[in-house]
Design a binder for this molecule. Sequence first.
Ligand code: ADP
Length: 209
Amino acid sequence: MKLILLGAPGAGKGTQGIIISDKYSIPIISTGDMLRAAIREGTELGLHAKSLIDKGALVPDAVIMAMLKERLQKSDCSNGFILDGVPRTINQAEALAEITEIDKVLEIHVPDEFIIDRITNRIVCPKCGASYNAVSKRPREEGICDRCGSKLEARADDNKETLLERLSVYHKMTEPLKDFYADQGKLVVIDGTESVDDVTVKVLETLRG
Ligand code: ADP
């Protein structure tokens, strides 16, 4: 299965993505996680990306697509994959269509007013991508990832000012992908405002159907 997860920042793509990844044994590919890894490693790409990410802007399409193309060639993608955070522009979606054919696009829909609390209280695992919420979804042990035991941290771009810019970029640049994929009969929209478990039930139903 080749799946795209669409949705605003904080909609729950990463949370549901991990569940789908475990269930279907296919990797979750997050360009945001890949860029943050490059920043931590201090590569040239990381240095270039950091200034854009910190202000909530997009990294150029050509950079993203080169990174994604290389990732999709790895052997763990041979039975499918889940894309989280990519494509993010029509340009990227068109470039992706040249590389591979996507089966389904799942939008986890959450209105902006729900997002602010979710994101400003978010803490994430830099190693496995799991995310927690300091108020509503605390890890079992303070500051430690339940899944892999790594130290949790807040993302530099999870502050209110950057978030508002990310939301605006999402509406302008990424939301048009809904029509792009609806026209191909691939889009399914799920209400992401319910509990994680309730959303998971719907996600798995949609993938079975
Ligand atoms: P979010 O939680 O907002 O969905 P991500 O972790 O997916 O964020 O990405 C964080 C940042 O990395 C984005 O705001 C953007 O600057 C950059 N980025 C990630 N994926 C892409 C992409 N496909 N195209 C352009 N920029 C990207």
